[in-house]
Design a protein around this ligand. Structure first.
Ligand SMILES: [Zn+2]
Length: 323
């Protein structure tokens, strides 16, 4: 009797262990063979962030941020691995223009049949590249600039951001109509957040003392400036690959800062702000980093920062810079 009881207990333990092992193995197997139903590839941070918000917790979709955090979109070229990702994507989203010239070649050489390809700049009103006050003439740049080139930094105005979210939401519905309502719901939630930041920035702009922002850096925010009717002085235009302005440019910006008693000198993400520091020392202004959303630092990326959270950081920056 006793022996039977012990045997039964051992049997029960073995069964429990067996079930647990099966669950663990099954679980692993599931992650190992986790072939997402839909693969979505976004070229840059804004597209990636908007799609991330739209997709939400849908495990059937695998989203790839092609450029990756901390990198310059203007010097990016897809690696062999990136090309495979684009080729295998059910939905590929890019900005195009000079910034992503590589996209033309890649799409020309691929069979895009049955795939959804979205050139997101076709869904917003693009502007031509403008000359920025103070911006250095860049010989290398001038060679590359052709007349009629559009300014690729479309994501910097809330108006465009909302259009991008809506277009990307439609694209997601097209590849996965089953989840259309959840994509729409997520997109609407995100649009509300964009509108909320926009309202807060507009309030600061409405109460501004001055209307000029000064960048001791590149200035890839022309859409933002146009949207809020702000003037700008910068060391370089939007897409310059240079980072060291000439003495002449520095002197020009210093004069401007003194003349207009500019309180804050701006520099953009992924830049340590040394030039801003140099100019600030001479003028008594303070330096602050502004988020252009061109890309995100690795640290911010790992912290899950978004277009909305990064744009929210700009509220305090603008509060000081426009006073
Ligand atoms: Zn740029």
């Amino acid at each position: 009797m006793k022996i039977k009881k012990v045997l039964l207990s051992i049997l029960a333990i073995l069964i429990i262990v067996g079930i647990c092992a099966a669950i663990v193995i099954g679980g692993n197997k599931r992650t190992d063979s986790n072939k997402a139903k839909y693969k979505v590839v976004a070229s840059n941070f804004a597209n990636y962030d908007f799609l991330r918000a739209i997709i939400g917790d849908n495990k059937d979709v695998e989203l790839t941020f092609l450029l990756g955090p901390g990198k310059d979109a203007h010097s990016y070229d897809p690696t062999a691995g990136d090309l495979i990702k684009i080729q295998e994507a059910d939905l590929f989203v890019y900005v195009g223009g000079k910034m992503e010239k590589w996209s033309e070649k890649v799409l020309d050489s691929y069979d895009t049949n049955g795939k959804k390809i979205v050139c997101i700049s076709e869904f917003v009103d693009t502007i031509e590249e403008k000359e920025v006050d103070g911006a250095e003439e860049n010989e290398h740049d001038n060679e590359e600039h052709e007349k009629g080139d559009f300014d690729e930094h479309i994501w910097t105005s809330p108006e465009n951001a909302i259009k991008m979210v809506n277009s990307l939401e439609k694209a997601m519905e097209e590849i996965d109509s089953e989840n259309a309502s959840s994509y729409r719901e997520n997109a609407d939630k995100y649009i509300d957040q964009i509108k909320d930041v926009d309202k807060k920035i507009q309030e600061i702009v409405d109460n501004k003392v001055r209307d000029r922002l000064v960048f001791a850096d590149k200035m890839p925010m022309q859409y933002f400036m146009d949207y809020y009717h702000l003037k700008v002085t910068a060391a370089f235009d939007g897409c310059s690959t240079e980072t060291d302005p000439s003495a002449k440019t520095i002197a020009y910006i210093q004069n401007k800062v003194k003349e207009e008693k500019i309180p804050v000198i701006l520099y953009i993400e992924l830049n340590p702000g040394k030039v801003a520091e140099t100019i600030a020392k001479e003028t008594g202004a303070e330096t602050m980093q502004i988020q252009t959303l061109h890309n995100v630092s690795l640290e911010d990326f790992n912290n899950g920062e978004t277009w909305v959270s990064l744009m929210t950081r700009n509220i305090d920056v603008l509060k000081k810079a426009l006073q």
